[in-house]
Write a protein that binds this ligand. Structure first.
Ligand code: ACK
Length: 907
């Protein structure tokens, strides 16, 4: 959980103790009312006070006004008054005229020269009385009780203001008046600086402040924080990252030291230079390579510097006529890299007499460059020729290192056979029975051509029967052919070394029949089509079965426990309503007054008298006229849901009116209305035990709902109703309907973001565990007396803050145990949140041991053992507050008895 920084700064606008000389405030009447009196304070320093003590005369109206106080940008100021007040009983002979209070007023003004007190322009702040928290001080020769009272006032309309004190017949001395405002102090959070910020005008307003990145850093995401009314910073969002070459050292970006580097903006620290590299100056973004070592462009800065490989080893060659097989071993030194590759260079002749290039027809298999293997077959070489092969080894840094001949090895071979390949052929003079065929001489005759051989056959016959002709010239006339027949011709040349290698014919096919090709292409097409269809069908089937399995997994069907039935599973909504709700005769209902507006129409209160039963108060929700079928169904569905529940903490359905209009839903009447409004109205008026009692009721209702497998989806204080005995009951079973599981439904905007668990917002995973999250928010609402969760932050910021791990801080005066329980409900992993049953147990324990709920979080923990039942062990105590996981930690630190826990600090 985030640590709350609560070091607000108080900026003083006026302090009578520090004003040199007399105050000379305006008083009315100027004689006989308030009088300025100098006295010595407890440290014997003279201070100016104002006193009045007209307790014997009736109708006193004595005004005292401060000088004009500039507000200096403040929006809410605090007035701390220290005063002594004589108890009327202690004054002999006073009658009913004696008072024990005075009134505090303020008046906003741009004018610092208002010379007289215009009483009607002043607005009353409060009537101030002495409370019990006084201390005794010597005032002159008497011992008096010094009271300190603080009031706050919103001052936003003018440049400054006046304060006034009205006495109506008390015996008072204003010992000191101090006026101040609060600021959230300059702070650095997530590497962003947030300036000193004056708090907002209202007690619940937050001031949104944008931070600026500290030196040598850049924005990761816009840094933002809120300055709360108490002068504390809340909800940090976003932040900055140290630039390359810098790291976060206690909230500032400091340059990486010598020998270290940081390549990117990140929240990581500087890293040590990788092997064979160094940084000589502070703030390195990359380390330089030691001499003789290199880094390739694609090498990350975190990679060690490396070297080029040494030459390939043991190159051997095997000549097979006009092909050569070359094989070698990898270099002895790979230079610390694994990307060694080889390339071949070829020349004819030997030694230094390389003639390059030596013909483009030479074939290298698998290739000539970028080879990863150490074997290459070179073919299509000239016969009887000397060749020199050079094998180079290289890696990623060869280029940067300017690698030379040291990295290659060579071998010279001589081929031994000739190959002739004919280049082009022509068929001319084609008649029904003959044709002339001519061709060109091969590019590389490799010797004297002795003759050409022409072989031909009917294509259909393949080579089962063929004819051969031999000739010295480069053309031949072929006769005796069959008309309308496709022939295949092969021509090859012969030299002294024999016929061309592997019977290397020129194919002379006169006709091209593409029918088969066409057929095979469409055949592939059909195959593809079939396999695609199979794929699509199987995907759909597996998704469906998963959904089904999901929903089955979620239902923890408990034998013997009633399960809630979704009324929307009924085809006929009227059947559901009559199964779960009683039809009430409209004549037995007496509507008295309208108490509010519901989603479907007015909500009224009234009385219900059912025959044979005593009259009861009820709430009546009605469906306004002109409704659609869907609205009718939605309206009645709430009753169908509510009618299935029977629990003291769930709002009870009395019945429905469906046989005449308007349609009505009748529920028990809850005198105090909704919980959020009720708490706001009674701010600060309940004991912690009373608040926990309310929370217990809600948890009990929610446990009942979760046992019935009902997920509420809209648990919030506004949907809890309170009766005259402060019993809280869960109500509003409407939203579940709106959020039916259609993933396409455009209902996202209806999700109550501040109350909803992140997984339910992100992918609509509504479960009992998401209800538990909402319950944690309700706890926060209750303990803060109806404060709005996340104050006036917008929804997007709330989602972002939760995602970044921020959680609502403990409300004022919240016991640590309750805040811890809230934090447990807000675990990101839903499986780690407590169940309603565990929450209920925990609250019951707290109620049984009220000491654990001592207010004042700082002392809460250490106070506990005093009030614990003496035989409690540390372990039992931890269990009761749900923190048993710290048992071993405490034991290891020597906290084994409850007494020893007294010494435990909050820290
Ligand atoms: O905050 P409220 O007074 O409490 O205003 C709302 C209003 O009706 C619209 O929902 C009040 N309300 C709803 N149901 C009941 C009930 N059963 N008893 C008393 N007030 C109710 C709710």
């Amino acid at each position: 959980p985030p640590v709350r920084v609560c070091v607000c700064i108080l900026v003083t606008l006026l302090d009578t103790r520090t004003v040199p000389g007399e105050l000379k405030w305006a008083a009315s009447p100027s004689e006989g009312g308030w009088e300025e009196v100098s006295i010595m304070d407890e440290k014997n320093i003279p201070i100016r006070t104002y006193q009045v003590c007209n307790v014997l005369e009736p109708s006193q109206n004595n005004w005292l006004r401060t000088d004009w106080i500039p507000r200096s940008g403040a929006q809410r100021v605090y007035v701390e008054v220290k005063f002594t007040l004589r108890d009327c009983n202690s004054l002999p002979g006073v009658t009913g005229t004696c008072k024990e209070t005075f009134n505090l007023y303020y008046h906003e003004s741009n004018e610092d020269r208002e010379s007289y007190i215009k009483e009607s322009s002043f607005i009353k702040v409060d009537t101030v009385a002495a409370d019990e928290s006084f201390t005794q001080v010597d005032v002159g020769d008497r011992i008096m009780k010094l009271n300190t009272e603080v009031r706050d006032v919103k001052v936003t309309t003018r440049k400054g203001f006046y304060l006034a004190f009205q006495d109506v017949g008390a015996c008072i001395a204003l010992v000191s008046v101090r006026v101040f405002y609060k600021t959230c102090p300059l702070t650095i959070r997530n590497l962003a600086t947030f300036p000193d910020t004056v708090t907002g005008a209202d007690t619940s307003s937050l001031v949104e402040v944008r931070g600026s990145c500290v030196n040598q850093s850049e924005e990761r995401e816009e840094p933002k924080m809120y300055c709360g009314a108490d002068g504390e910073w809340l909800v940090p969002i976003g932040g900055c990252l140290c630039n390359p070459g810098n790291e976060d050292k206690g909230g500032a970006c400091k340059a990486c030291s010598v020998g270290f580097y940081k390549a990117r903006s990140s929240d990581a620290g500087c890293s040590k230079c990788p092997p064979h590299s160094h940084s000589l100056r502070d703030g390195a973004t990359v380390c330089d390579c030691h001499s003789g070592f290199f880094r390739a462009d694609s090498d990350p800065p975190s990679m060690a510097c490396t070297q080029p490989p040494s030459a390939p080893q043991q190159l051997i060659s095997v000549v097979n006529e006009t092909s050569v097989v070359l094989e070698w071993a990898p270099p002895r030194r790979l230079g610390g890299r694994s990307d060694t590759s080889y390339s071949l260079e070829l020349g004819s002749g030997s030694g230094s007499q390389l003639c390059l290039p030596c013909g483009s027809d030479v074939l290298f298999s698998p290739g000539q460059t970028g080879l990863k293997t150490t074997r290459v077959v070179v073919s299509e070489l000239r016969a009887h020729t000397h060749y020199t092969f050079i094998v180079h080894s290289r890696n990623g840094v060869s280029q940067s290192s300017g690698a030379g001949a040291a990295q290659s090895v060579s071998v010279t071979v001589t081929t031994n056979q000739s190959v002739t390949t004919l280049q082009r052929k022509f068929a001319t003079d084609v008649t029904r029975h003959s044709l002339s065929l001519s061709w060109q001489q091969p590019d590389r005759p490799n010797g004297v051509i002795l003759e050409y051989e022409v072989k031909f056959y009917e294509k259909d016959q393949k080579e089962r029967s063929y004819r051969i002709m031999r000739t010295f010239s480069r053309s031949v006339d072929v006769t005796g052919l069959n008309p309308l027949t496709v022939y295949v011709f092969h021509v090859r040349a012969r030299t002294a070394a024999g016929y061309g290698e592997s019977y290397n014919f020129l194919v002379g096919d006169f006709c091209v029949n593409s029918a088969f090709l066409l057929l095979s292409v469409s055949g592939v097409g059909i195959l593809l089509l079939i396999s695609a269809a199979v794929f699509i069908i199987s995907r759909r089937r597996s998704k469906y079965s998963k959904t089904k399995q999901d929903s089955e997994e979620e239902k923890h069907l408990n034998p013997g426990v009633k399960i809630y039935v979704d009324p929307f599973t009924y085809e006929d909504p009227d059947q559901a309503i009559h199964e779960f709700a009683k039809e009430i005769d409209v004549s037995s209902i007496h509507i008295e007054r309208v108490i509010g507006m519901g989603e479907f129409g007015e909500v009224c209160s009234g009385r219900l008298r059912v025959q044979g039963k005593r009259e009861i108060y009820v709430a009546i929700k009605s469906l306004k006229a002109g409704y659609s079928d869907k609205q009718r169904r939605d309206f009645l569905s709430e009753a169908s849901i509510m009618g299935q529940f029977d629990h003291p903490n769930i709002i009870r359905l009395e019945g429905v009116v469906t046989r005449c209009k308007p349609l009505m839903i009748i529920t028990e009447y809850m005198e105090n209305g909704s919980l959020d409004a009720f708490l706001r109205k009674h701010d600060g008026q309940f004991t912690v035990i009373q608040l926990v009692g309310m929370l217990r009721g809600i948890a009990s209702g929610m446990k009942y709902l979760s046992d019935m497998s009902y997920v509420h989806r809209d648990l919030a204080a506004r949907n809890i109703l309170v009766n005259s005995n402060l019993v809280c009951k869960v109500s509003d079973f409407g939203l579940s309907r709106v959020l039916e599981d259609d993933p396409e439904a455009a209902y996202t905007t209806r999700i109550p973001i501040r109350w909803t668990a992140p997984e339910a917002i992100a992918y609509r995973k509504f479960t009992t565990a998401s209800d538990v999250w909402s319950y944690g928010i309700v706890m926060w609402e209750v303990v803060s007396y109806g404060e709005r969760p996340y104050w006036d932050m917008n929804n997007q910021d709330v989602i972002k803050a939760i995602e970044e791990g921020y959680r609502l801080p403990a409300p004022m005066d919240c016991p640590v145990v309750l805040h811890q329980l809230m934090l447990d409900c807000w675990e990101r992993e839903r499986a780690e949140r407590p169940t309603f049953s565990q929450i209920l147990n925990m609250l019951d324990k707290l109620i049984r041991n009220p000491g654990t709920l001592r207010v004042g979080s700082e002392v809460c923990v250490s106070v506990v053992p005093e009030v614990c039942v003496p035989e409690w062990s540390v372990c039992e105590w931890l269990q009761s507050i749900g923190l048993e996981r710290y048992r071993d930690t405490l034991a290891a630190a020597g906290y084994t008895s409850l007494d020893s826990l007294l010494a435990l600090t909050h820290q």
